[in-house]
Design a protein around this ligand. Sequence first.
Ligand SMILES: Cc1ncc(C[n+]2csc(CCOP(=O)(O)OP(=O)(O)O)c2C)c(N)n1
Length: 931
Amino acid sequence: MRLDEFAGANAGYVLELYERYRRNPESVDPQTRKTFESWEPTAEQPSGETPAAAGVDIRKVVGAANLADCIRRYGHLAAQLDPLGSPPVGDPSLSPAAHGISDEDLRQLPASLVDGPAAQSAANAFEAIERLRRIYCSTTGFDYAHVFVPEERVWLRNATESGRFLPPMDAHSVEAVLDRITQVEVFERFLQRTFPGKTRFSLEGLDMLVPILDEIICGAADHGARHGVLGMAHRGRLNVLTHVLDKPYAQILAEFKDPVAAQSFRTDLGWTGDVKYHAGARTAAPRGQMYISMPPNPSHLEAVDPVAVGMSRAAGTRAAQRGAAQFDGAITVPILIHGDAAFPGQGIVAETLNLSRLPGYSTGGTIHIIANNQLGFTATPEDSYSTSYASGLARGFKIPILHVNADDPVACLEAARLAWEYRVRFGLDFLIDLVGYRRHGHNEGDEPSFTQPVMYTKIASHPTVREHWSRTLVEKGTIAADLPESLVRKYFGELESTYASLKPEQEYAPSLPTKAPAGAAARVETGVPLDRLREINEALLARPEGFTFSRKLERGLERRRSAFANATERSIDWATAEQLAFGTILADGIPIRMTGEDVERGTFSHRHAVFHDASTGKQLVPLQEFPQARASFEIHNSPLSENAVVGFEFGYNVQEPLRLVIWEAQYGDFINGAQVMLDQFVTSGRAKWGLAPSLVFLLPHGYEGQGPEHSSARPERFLDAAAGINLRLVTCTTAAQYFHVLRRQAALLERDPLPLIVLTPKSLLRHPAVASTPRELEQGRFLSVIDDEDGRGRAGSIERVVICSGKVYVDLVTSDRRASAASVAVCRVEQLYPFPEVALSEVLGRYRSVRDVVWLQEEPENMGAWQFVRPQLEELIGGRCPLRYIGRARSSSPSEGSAAWHQLNQKMLVEQAFDLGSSAPEPSMVLSKEV
Ligand SMILES: Cc1ncc(C[n+]2csc(CCOP(=O)(O)OP(=O)(O)O)c2C)c(N)n1
């Protein structure tokens, strides 16, 4: 066997193995030993190549092959990535000496040892190695040794070494790049000159970001993509907004001139607006068929990542047909621009990367660009990450990484072209680490030399990439010597005349969502005729030929089958109500997407939206199969994340607002992990940016003795953020209420979209008191307040009205004390926000002889709805009688850790509710006090 039958690294490995065998035959496995017993490696030269290597020292051959392998793997360590000239770290394995060979030895060896496109037509191994060095240790660091899928690895190597993604270098192309970076630079300089010190988070030092984006977007548009979604934080955002998303200069300059006047006040919409470097945009005209949008972002770095990715997923998903939703990654492209400190530092990045290959979340490949200015405010890379590069995290996700010197336009454009082609070929994420610098301080009012004096001395005399590129082109004679300056004058002129002719700022006011007339939600009809419900129920229970259900599920299915036998029997449990709500919504042609941890089965084993054949494991999703459906149903168990997945669903929802998007928490309190998404996007997105989200959150909530972390969904967090009608918060106590609220949400998607938070039950999922009758689905609608079901007839004798919300209602009405407390009425507030003052005042108006009104809750006094409802109740009562609080005392922890202690307190709540005299005894945590 000849050595060159093994290629490159393989040859090295075989020879290494052979060496080991020669030294000690026992050190290799028996099969290899057998092969080597009859094998004599010869490094024969293919005919036509000189010099012949026959008879050469085998160690030299191994050394050469290993050297080539090391350059491919570690060459990036010797690449000149920093435009400011800091030397690369290098690596000993990149020198021939480390492999026991010299340049002269290499000249004696065949180029074929090196293998790959670089070796082709090289005269010998030395020449091939030099070519490798020029490729791998240049101004691009090819960092993808961690990509171990053979097909991808080979493609990347060939793409790198063939140079086929190098940009064209004809006069027209190089001039176009010069033109673009002149625009980019002049825009920043003009803003600096016109509005000195005003924050704009200049892009200078990373100017090539814009041509890189151009290149990727052109590739995508040429390839037939329809949507591009660009997610980014503050750095360079204004520049990208104007040059990539075509936001007019006039609009940006108006915002700089007087941001307040440019965004007209709309207090009636709760409008606050936001700073200009958080604004989103969408291109007015397409490139090819492709529109590009950029979601608005909050200050919270990287929080926009999953939002942009979710938008892209939505844009590429067809949902208007029965069955599963169909995603096509070719029509939509997400691009995320990250900060070099934020990328490794913010956990949301890892969560977002983890979505990339999951069936319910993949985007067909997200292109990531780290806008790496080697600083995070004042923090250095040493302060900011434990990985070797800012991009280190991406390695674990097998994402190819190209580090590229931002002062080398050719290298930057090659990276962009290669990234795009990789995405086309494999449909996977790619990362460009664009290494530049930051010409000014973190913002333009900041003095960077306090903390980076040496770096900023260097930057002061460092030419811009435009100057650098101009000089190169003029020296080569590719462009006329006066072209660079004439371009600078041209773009300054454009900005100056735009600024001079700026029209009144009001013309640049953003368009805001309209608001539905008050009470629109209450008028929605959500009942469904019984025949229709029965039909859909049966269709959802249809048994496909040959599908075997788990025996344990059979009983429940049988119960559901007979749920419509009697219209007035409480036969509809929570899960059935949900299935019927989903079924009828799909039959109305509204697609549904539902995600969350373990949602397919349901945390409490109640949903079973996906059945698994008991013998084959094959899946069945009835909501995708039933014939009445006119839209897709998709359901996915999410990864174990809250922050990124909520961000993703938010993005999906705002991109495709006419689909019902539902996220369920395993337990309500886990939404703590998504607090940034709630505060920065869900509850304030309308006031800041004019977005109109309608995402549904299902949050299991209720005190059942499971301890401080499985009791409360913290409704107070939503009530704290509730203002200007920005959300709906409900807590349904019956299956019918849940059915109607889901259908109401679907009906309002277009007319009056608002996020919907539903506090859902746990143990009550199967409680008879929560079950509803078919008639209630047919005739009812969602009620924001439910009066005492026995109390109306005896309103005149009622001395106390207890108002509560959620599961504690069931504790009250099922208690033994209820029967003996005929003078106590128990009412439920089912919608906490918008607060149903009209409905509640009607209820209270019925009880004319009350001695006190009680707000009763399970949560401690400083949690739950109490702080929110108290002023509203006081106003409703208007001093006619005292208001009393019954609930747990103030506490730093949501609940007791012991089930026994919980039961004691819960019992005490009930006692207090029906006790018209005394206060709570020890050792209860429960308070009963007049306020
Ligand atoms: C979640 C969050 N934490 C802290 C900050 C404050 N902050 C704003 S920019 C910045 C540095 C960001 O550095 P980098 O990611 O490298 O981006 P650069 O500004 O250098 O482009 C910090 C700490 C923030 N905006 N968001």
